[in-house]
Design a protein around this ligand. Structure first.
Ligand SMILES: Cc1cc2nc3c(=O)[nH]c(=O)nc-3n(C[C@H](O)[C@H](O)[C@H](O)COP(=O)(O)OP(=O)(O)OC[C@H]3O[C@@H](n4cnc5c(N)ncnc54)[C@H](O)[C@@H]3O)c2cc1C
Length: 381
C-alpha cells in the first residue's frame, strides 16, 4: 500500500483527499487493463474513465477552471496503477488544454465529448525539425477567404491514429519565430489529414507522424487569435507540466512499493534482504526522492490553483526533479529485484520502460533547466 500521508499536507482540501481515495479504490476494483492491443486498450480506458466521471477533471467547462491539484492527484494515482491509464487521462487533458483555457462556446462542445470519454483528443506541436525548438515550426495555415489552408507535418503525436480531434499549432505569419504561430481544431475526419506512420516506442502508446495535405479549415477552427499559438501552447504546458511530474511520482511510488515488498520477502544470507544496511540505504534514498518530488509537484499545483498567472519556474522544477528522481528510484527498485527486475511480467520491468519518455516530452530535462536558470537569473537582476 503506497504512502498516503502526503494527503494531509496543507496543499490539499478535503475534496482532494476524497478524490484521491475514491480514485484509488476505483482503480483497485475496476482497472484491469489488457495491454495486448494498445489502441483498443486506450479506447477502452477513455470510455471507462469517462463513464466513471474521472475525465470531468481533465478539462474546464464554461465558467470552470482547471484544478491542477486534482489533475496531479489523478495522474499520480493512475500512474501508480497502470501507465496506459495515466496516458489515456493525461491526453484528454493536454489535447483539450487549449480549448479549456481559450475555446469558444462552439469549440467547447468538443470538450464535453472528451470529458465524457466519447471522443479522444491529441496535442500536435512537435515537427520533424522542431521539438525543443518550437520557434522553428514550419507547418503553416495560410489565411484564405472563409478560413485557412493547413499544410505541413507533425510527429510524435500521442493518440495519433486514434484521436477524434487534434489541436494543431501552425504558422500564420504575424511575426517570425514563436510569435507567428496559431492554434487550430482539426477533427480527424477532415479531408487531407494523413497518418503517415505509426511510431513504436519502448513503452507502447498510440503515437503517430501526421501530414496535412492542403487541409481546408473554417475560421471557427482558430483557437484564440492569430499569432497567439505560442502563448496558448505555453499556457497549456504551464498547467500540464506539473502533471507529468505527478505521473513520474506515481511510477516512483509504485517502484518503492514493489521494492519494499521484495526486500521484506526475499531471503538472502539467512535473513530478509531488508536487514542489510546497504539495502536500507537504498530504501532511504528512494523514500526521500519520492517525498521531495511530491513536495515540488504539489507546491507548483497549489501555486497555480491559488491564481498565479504563470508557474513556469515551479512547474519546471517539479517536472525536472520528479522525472529524473523517478528514473533513479525505478532503477534502484529494479536492481533490488535482481534478475527478476528485467523479466517481463514484473512491475519494475515495465516501470523502467514507462518512465523514460517523461524526461523528454513536454520539454526535455535540459530545457527545464533553462527555464529554471532564466527565472533565477531574472530574480537576481
Ligand atoms: C512518447 C512521446 C510522446 C510524445 N507526445 C507528444 C505529443 O502528444 N505532442 C507533441 O507535440 N509532441 C509530443 N512528443 C514530442 C516531444 O515533445 C519531443 O520529443 C520533445 O520536445 C523533444 O524534441 P525532439 O524529439 O525534437 O528533440 P530535440 O529538440 O532534437 O532535442 C534533443 C535533445 O537535445 C537536448 N536539448 C534540447 N534543447 C536543448 C537546450 N536548449 N539546451 C540543452 N540541451 C537541449 C535535450 O536533451 C533533448 O532531449 C512526444 C515524444 C515522445 C517521446
Amino acid at each position: 500500500m503506497a504512502d498516503r500521508s502526503f494527503l494531509s499536507w496543507p496543499f490539499f482540501e478535503t475534496r482532494h483527499r476524497e478524490l484521491a481515495e475514491a480514485l484509488d479504490a476505483w482503480c483497485a476494483a475496476h482497472l484491469h487493463v489488457d495491454h495486448a492491443d494498445t489502441d483498443e486498450a486506450c479506447r477502452t480506458l477513455v470510455r471507462d474513465l469517462g463513464q466513471a466521471g474521472w475525465l470531468r477533471h481533465s478539462g474546464a467547462g464554461e465558467g470552470e477552471t482547471l484544478d491542477v491539484r486534482s489533475l496531479c492527484l489523478i495522474r499520480e494515482t493512475l500512474a501508480r496503477h497502470d501507465g496506459l491509464a495515466d496516458f489515456a487521462f493525461a491526453m484528454q487533458g493536454l489535447g483539450m488544454g487549449a480549448v479549456s483555457l481559450f475555446g469558444t462556446a462552439e469549440q467547447r462542445t468538443w470538450l464535453e465529448r472528451t470529458r465524457a470519454g466519447t471522443a479522444i483528443s491529441a496535442f500536435a506541436l512537435t515537427e520533424p525539425g522542431s521539438g525543443s525548438d518550437v520557434a522553428n515550426s514550419t507547418a503553416a495555415a495560410e489565411a484564405v477567404p472563409g478560413g485557412f489552408i493547413l499544410t505541413g507535418e507533425k510527429t510524435y503525436i500521442s493518440n495519433g491514429g486514434i484521436a477524434n480531434l487534434y489541436v494543431v499549432f501552425a504558422r500564420t505569419g504575424e511575426a517570425s519565430g514563436a510569435k507567428g504561430l496559431s492554434a487550430f481544431l482539426l477533427p480527424a475526419d477532415t479531408p487531407g489529414l494523413e497518418i503517415v506512420e505509426r511510431i513504436e516506442v519502448i513503452a507502447p502508446h498510440p503515437l503517430a507522424h501526421l501530414r496535412f495535405n492542403s487541409i481546408r479549415l473554417p475560421e471557427t477552427a482558430l483557437i484564440g487569435k492569430c499569432g497567439d499559438g505560442f502563448k496558448i501552447a505555453m499556457s497549456v504546458l504551464d498547467v500540464f507540466r506539473s502533471t507529468v511530474g505527478a505521473a513520474a511520482l506515481g511510477f516512483a511510488r509504485r517502484a518503492l512499493d514493489e521494492a519494499l515488498a521484495r526486500v521484506r520477502q526475499r531471503q538472502l544470507f539467512g535473513a530478509p534482504l531488508s536487514e542489510l544496511q546497504m539495502v536500507q540505504g537504498h530504501i532511504a534514498d528512494m523514500a526521500l526522492e519520492v517525498d521531495a518530488s511530491a513536495l515540488l509537484i504539489y507546491r507548483a499545483a497549489w501555486t497555480k490553483d491559488m491564481g498565479a498567472a504563470r508557474v513556469s519556474r515551479e512547474a519546471a522544477m517539479a517536472k525536472l526533479h520528479a522525472t529524473e528522481a523517478a528514473q533513479r528510484v525505478i532503477d534502484t527498485a529494479l536492481q533490488l529485484h535482481g534478475g527478476d527486475g528485467v523479466r517481463k511480467g514484473f512491475a519494475v520491468e515495465s516501470l523502467y520502460r514507462e518512465i523514460r519518455a517523461l524526461r523528454i516530452y513536454e520539454g526535455a530535462s535540459d530545457v527545464q533547466k533553462i527555464v529554471i536558470a532564466r527565472a533565477a537569473l531574472g530574480e537576481a537582476r
